[in-house]
Every structure is written in C-alpha cells, then in structure tokens.
Design a protein around this ligand. Structure first.
Ligand SMILES: [Zn+2]
Length: 213
C-alpha cells in the first residue's frame, strides 16, 4: 500500500484525496492541500505561506533528502506555472514605487507659483474630497459643552485630518493627469443636513520645471 512521503500515513481508501508529487512520491489527503493551495494561489504570499507550512511539516516528520528534492521540484513547477501572477505582482509593485516617488517630488501651494520653478503647463482644475460621517457632530457638541475647550481640539484635529486626506486624493488625481504640482489650493467645508460634513480640496494641476541658472 502506498504511503504519504511526507507524514508516512497509509494512502488506501478508494477516492481518498491525494497528490502525486513525482513518479515515486505521493502526498496523503492531509498533506495534499499544501500543493493544491499553491496551485490555486492568487498571489505569491499564499504560495509562500503554504511553502512555509509544508517545510515545517517536513521538518517535524524528518523526511529524506530524496523526498525533499522531489517536493522542491514540484513546487518549482507550480511556481513556473504561475509566471503571469508573478509578473503582474512585479508590475504593480513597480507602479506603487513610481507613484510613491512621484508623490515625494510633488509640490503644492496655496499661492500661484513656486520659487525657483516656472510653470510650463496648466492642465486642469483638480479636486479631492472626503465625507465625515454621523457622530461627528455629537462629538463636536460634547466638546463645545466642555468649558475648558480641551476637546475642541478633537474637532480641529478631525478637520485638519480630513483636509489632509482630501488633499492627498486631489494630488493622486493630479498625478494621473501627469501633473507634478498643484497651485491655488483651497479647501471647502460643507455641512449636510444628515449630520455629515464634507471637506473638499481644490486646485489647479500644473507642470513645473526648475529654472536653470
Ligand atoms: Zn501526509
């Protein structure tokens, strides 16, 4: 009767789930899922997780080098079949890096120019917004009733946080238009009847260049 090459369990039952690792080695229904999950993985993290868990199991069961080699070989095959997934991840990572780098270099001002730079292109108006939900005002009134006024900082803190988020949203929008700066930034705060408050940021997306001296 065949035995699981990983845990040594007998593989007998008809229709029992198993996984053929190589011509010689089979994994039982308890060990097979590691390979299946790797095959079905939607990202490299899932593959790594199952690989680590499998390695732990191999360590516990003290399997031979032959078995280890066969397993490694099979995992490599699975990874090779996932080339598209890895490529996609790589692409997204690069894109994230690119966005982060652009964001670092991105400049904003409430004014209409940057010292040492010239505006070479006006692109468009840009906008970003965030809505603060219910509960905002109950917190606010609580803070107003506080004579010391200490809690009103919560209000201010929330508004300035919201401004920051709205501004980031606006910058992201501007970056998709290939802008590298925004001028004339200003913020609007709108209150809605249903206890909500909206904070929006507006500006003009532009392309600036350093003035060579
Ligand atoms: Zn097993």
């Amino acid at each position: 009767m065949a035995k699981c090459c990983i845990c040594g369990r007998r593989i007998g039952g008809f229709g029992e789930d198993k996984y053929k690792i190589s011509e010689e080695y089979i994994a039982c229904y308890q060990c097979a899922p590691y390979f299946r999950k790797m095959k079905d993985a939607e990202n490299s993290e899932q593959i790594l997780k199952n690989e680590n868990e499998l390695n732990m199991k191999l360590g516990v069961n003290d399997v031979s080098q032959d078995v280890r080699d066969a397993i490694e070989n099979e995992i490599q095959k699975i990874k090779d079949s996932k080339q598209d997934m890895y490529r996609k991840e790589q692409f997204q990572l690069q894109k994230k890096d690119e966005i982060r780098k652009k964001r670092k270099e991105f400049m904003v001002t409430t004014g209409y120019n940057f010292e040492g730079y010239k505006i070479v292109k006006y692109i468009n108006l840009v906008h970003g917004e965030i809505v603060l939900g219910t509960g905002f005002y109950s917190e606010l009134s609580a803070s107003i009733s506080d004579l010391l006024g200490v809690s009103s900082k919560t209000f201010e803190g929330k508004i300035s946080q919201a401004k920051g988020v709205a501004q980031e949203q606006m910058i992201l929008n501007a970056m998709t238009m290939d802008a590298n700066a925004i001028i004339g930034i200003d913020f609007d705060i709108t209150t809605f009847s249903n206890n909500m408050i909206g904070v929006s940021a507006n500006g003009t997306a532009v392309v600036i260049e350093k003035i060579e001296k």
